[in-house]
Design a protein around this ligand. Sequence first.
Ligand code: EPU
Length: 458
Amino acid sequence: MDFFRIQGGRRLAGRVRVDGSKNAALPLLAAVLLTDQTITLHNVPALTDISNMLSLLRELGVDVRGESGTITLRSVDENQVHTRYEIVSTMRASISVLGPMLARRKRAVIAMPGGCAFGERPIDLHLRGMQALGASITLLSGDMSVTAPKLKGTTIFLGGPNGSTVLGTANVMCAATLAEGRTIIECAACEPEVVDLANMLIKMGAKIRGAGSPRIVIDGVESLGGAEYTVMPDRIVAGTYAVAAAVTNGDVIIDDFPFDCMLAVVDRFDHIGVIVERLDPNQDSMHASVRVTSARLLKPTQITTQPHPGFPTDLQAQFMTLLCFAHGNSVITEKIYAERFLHVAELTRMGANLQRFGSTVIVSGGTQLKGAPVMASDLRASASLVLAGLAAEGVTTISRIDYLDRGYHRLETTLNALGANIERCSATSNIETIASTNAQMLEAKRAPSMSLTAAAKQ
Ligand code: EPU
C-alpha cells in the first residue's frame, strides 16, 4: 500500500478548485436503479468509493459508461438484486441501493454492513423506513432480504439518538418516489447532499417538496425517467483545503466553494482567525470563489459536531489539527460518532497536546508539531494527519493512505501545486523509508547540538 512522505513547513499559495462531492454522488449513482432510462451525471469525482459504487451497480445490471467526470448509466437487467458482503464491507454507502432497488425491483438482498473504523454504525432507521412503507425484512446468513410487492406512502419519523440519518433519508426518499400515495418524512436529514439527490429525482419526474428541511413530502408517481445532472461541490474537501491554507499560514483561492452550506464551518474559521473572503458576492453561493488567509495568531474555540446546518463531523479531525496551532485551549465535542477520534493518538505522536474525555477532546494549542511516522485509520483522520504533516517541522510519513484516496482525489498533487512537498511512495520501500526518515530526523536533532559544541570549541 502507498504511503506519503511530507516535508513540512511550506506555505501554501495559489488557486485550487473543489471536485464534485463524494457523499452527494454515491446516492445519486444509486438512484439510477429507480428507472430504466439513461442518467447522465457530470462532475463525478475520481475516488475509490465511486469506483466501488460503479462496480456494485454493474453487478446489479447497470450499464456504466465512464469512471469519473461525466458518467452515463442505464439499468438494463432488473433481475439482479443481491449486494454482496465483499462490496458492502469495502463501502458502507452500498446501503444506498436499498431504497431504489426495493422501489423498482420489489426486492433487495443486501449484506448487513459490519462495524466501522470509528465505531458502530447501525442501519435500524433505514429498515424502520422501509418497513413503514410496507416492506418485510428477513435475515439470512448475514444478508437481509427486503421485499415489498407494493410500497405504500405513510408518515415516517426518522430521528435516532444522534439526530436523523443522511443515507437513511436518501433511501426512504428514493423508495417513496414510486410508492402509492403520499409519504411524509419527519425528522429528515437536512444535509445538502439530500437536497442534491432530491433535485435530481425531481428532474427524473419525482414529486418532492421540503428537501433541506426536517419535513420532506413525497407524492408517489408511476415511473421515473432519465435525467442529466451535475453533482454539487464537496463541502468537506472545500473545508479541508481551507484548513490546509490556514495551518501553513497560506494564501489560497478556492473555487467552487459551496459557501451556502458551509456557514457553521465559516463561522468557526472566523472565530479562530481564519479569513474566508468571498471574491464576488454576486456569484452563485454554492460555487463561490473564496480567498483563505489567516491572522498572525490563531485563537482557540469550541466546536460541537451536529447534523446540518451544524458543524459537520466530517471536518472534526481536520479542525483538531488546526486548533493545535491556536494559542490556548480549545474544546471539541463529537455528537455524531462518539468514537471518531482515531487521529488523536497519531496527532499526539507528532507532539499535539490532546486530552480526551469520552466524546470530548481538549486541545492545548500553541506547541510546534514535529514530523513523525503515523498511520491513517479512516478517511477524515487521514486528512487531519496530512494537514498536520504540512505544518509540522521536519518529515512526516503517513501509512495506509488508501483511506485518504476514498475521499480525496490525488490530494498530494493538488497540495503540491500550491507549494506543498508531498511524495507518494510505494509500500515496498515503506519500512526502509520510514527507517531512513527516522534516521534523518535523528541526524537533524543532533545537528544543532553538534554545531553548538563546535561553536563552543572555537
Ligand atoms: N444512525 C442510527 N441508525 C441508523 C443510521 C444512523 O442510529 O439507521 C446514527 C449513526 O450511528 C450516527 C448518526 O445516526 O450517529 C448519523 O449517521 P448517518 O446515517 O447520518 O450517517 P451516514 O448517512 O451513514 C453520511 C456520510 C458520512 C457522514 C454522516 C454524517 C455518506 C456516504 N456518508 O453517513 O460521511 O459522516 O453522513 O454526516 O454520505 C465521510 O465522508 O467521511 C463520512 C463518514
